[in-house]
Design a protein around this ligand. Structure first.
Ligand code: ASP
Length: 473
């Protein structure tokens, strides 16, 4: 026992290597089963679960064990024993062993959790799960989702580095980039009355990284969009954002396709990609045939392991809004398809002008958008002109881009797969909130921290702001 106290804590996953030895473990009580003289405890840590038994010949440990409740935090000394043949549980990772408890120390007690943590959680109301997200994340399914997400991000990072990309962090406080959504604004204290915008994506910065000569940029980028309630969206989400110089559309499509093929093979070997190379369809064909620009091309929609990737290409450059105004269909930095350049320069037939822009679709979800960009000042100015942006406004909003293009901007293009969606689809989860550690509700609220919140009177005064309408909530 004394010797055991000197032991270093090991993880539950390491216990099978210590059969016949004393070990020190620490974690949470998952379940306690009191059989009178015998107390069974399931212990849980970051690496998994193991069954422990407290025998009557350890009276002190028995007393402690009987007082334990689910989610209490304990440290345990015990012997790792092989279970008798007939008690081996082949369904569980540590089902062949059992820890015979020698002593237990309670490190912290816990209130009864507001919901069951040992289930997959799908039966529990989501608002409650989000309010106690730190408890919800303890469940096996959520641990798996968040750890898989880390594996996916690690894969992308390694893949990019292997391909010679450099990861560059671009600012969160910026001037904004038009991607069709409302921007979040951050008031400046030093320059009262002025605002930063939070990035809808690093679009402009990544293009400026190309002008800066990095040639291959990537970033695990957080994007912020202040959208109204619309399906499975989050006000902030994560993209694998990348950009390359001296490439044509085909290079980006092939590069991306290889990357998705490899991630499925390496991390999700049970999944099957229905068609390689990924089928390609133009936007026009897709709309005509499927009535959507996100066609679901699965052969069997009930097969949870089928992955039907597809490229949708030749998106229109411009779209007509409900109020008859014109907008860039994707963003104003996409280049125009060679065949449509003349019309574009003449400013004719605008809604039939196609861009060198492409989407990657998976099982009916848009995974990513990208394009070959404009890298010449006069072409960029023509786009702005057709979007009815005056010379003055162009200069004010995008002067830095127009100017950068006059200093030797290389041809370039890129792509930005949404990481939340990739993980959601590969983990067969029904929405992205299941693969984000601390998501917001559809109304944009963080129910755990209770944000957004009021009560910033001093800061608001310092910022030179005045609230004119009170939020009624
Ligand atoms: N910035 C674009 C987006 O967020 C992606 C791209 O064009 O690379 O959709």
């Amino acid at each position: 026992m004394e010797a055991a106290k000197e032991l270093k804590r090991i993880l539950i996953s390491e216990t099978p290597k210590h059969i016949g030895e004393a070990v020190k473990l620490a974690g949470w009580i998952d379940v306690r089963r009191d059989h009178g003289k015998l107390v069974f405890l399931d212990l849980r840590d970051m690496s998994g679960k193991v069954q422990m038994v407290v025998l009557p010949n350890h009276p002190e440990a028995t007393v402690v064990a009987q007082s334990l409740r689910s989610e209490w935090v304990v440290e345990v000394m015990g012997n790792v024993n092989l279970r008798p043949e007939k008690l081996i549980n082949t369904e569980q990772p540590n089902g062949a062993i059992e820890i015979e408890v020698l002593s237990i120390t309670v490190l912290n007690e816990a209130q009864t959790p507001p919901f069951d943590i040992s289930s997959d959680g799908k039966e529990i109301g989501e608002e409650l799960r989000l309010k106690y997200r730190y408890l919800d994340l303890r469940r096996t399914r959520m641990q798996k989702n968040i750890r898989t997400r880390d594996k996916v991000i690690t894969f992308f990072r390694e893949y990019m580095h292997r391909e010679n990309f450099v990861e560059i962090e671009t600012p969160m406080l910026m001037k904004g980039t038009p991607e069709g959504s409302r921007e979040y604004l951050v008031p400046s204290r030093l320059e009262k009355g002025k605002f930063y915008a939070l990035p809808q994506s690093p679009q402009q910065y990544k293009q400026l990284c190309m002008v800066a000569g990095f040639e291959k940029y990537f970033q695990i980028a957080r994007c912020m969009r202040d959208e109204d309630l619309r399906g499975d969206r989050q006000p902030e989400f994560t993209q694998l954002d990348y950009e390359m110089s001296f490439v044509v559309q085909e290079d980006i499509l092939q590069f991306t396709e290889k990357m998705f093929f490899e991630i499925v093979q390496k991390l999700f070997p049970d999944k099957q990609i229905s068609q390689t190379p990924f089928p390609r369809i133009t936007y026009k064909e897709s709309m005509e045939k499927y009535g959507s620009d996100k066609p679901d091309m699965r052969k069997d929609k009930n097969d949870p392991n089928e992955l039907a990737f597809a490229w949708v290409v030749d998106f229109p450059m411009f779209e007509k809004m409900d109020d008859d105004t014109i907008q860039a269909a994707h963003h104003p930095f996409c280049s125009i398809k060679e065949e449509d350049v003349e019309k574009f320069m003449r400013g004719e037939d605008l809604f039939n002008i196609r861009a060198n822009s492409y989407d990657l679709v998976l099982n009916g979800y848009e995974l990513s958008s990208g394009s070959i960009r404009i890298h010449k000042e006069e072409i960029q100015k023509q786009v702005f002109k057709l979007l009815n942006i005056s010379e003055e406004e162009q200069k004010e909003k995008f002067g830095h881009m127009l100017e950068a293009f006059t200093f030797g901007a290389p041809p370039h293009g890129g792509f930005a797969p949404g990481i939340d969606r990739v993980v959601m689809l590969l983990q067969n989860e029904p929405n992205i909130r299941e693969v984000i550690a601390f998501p917001k509700t559809g109304e944009g609220r963080d129910l755990m921290m209770n944000a957004p919140s009021s009560g910033f009177t001093k800061q608001i005064a310092e910022l030179g702001l005045r609230i004119v309408t009170e939020d009624k909530k």
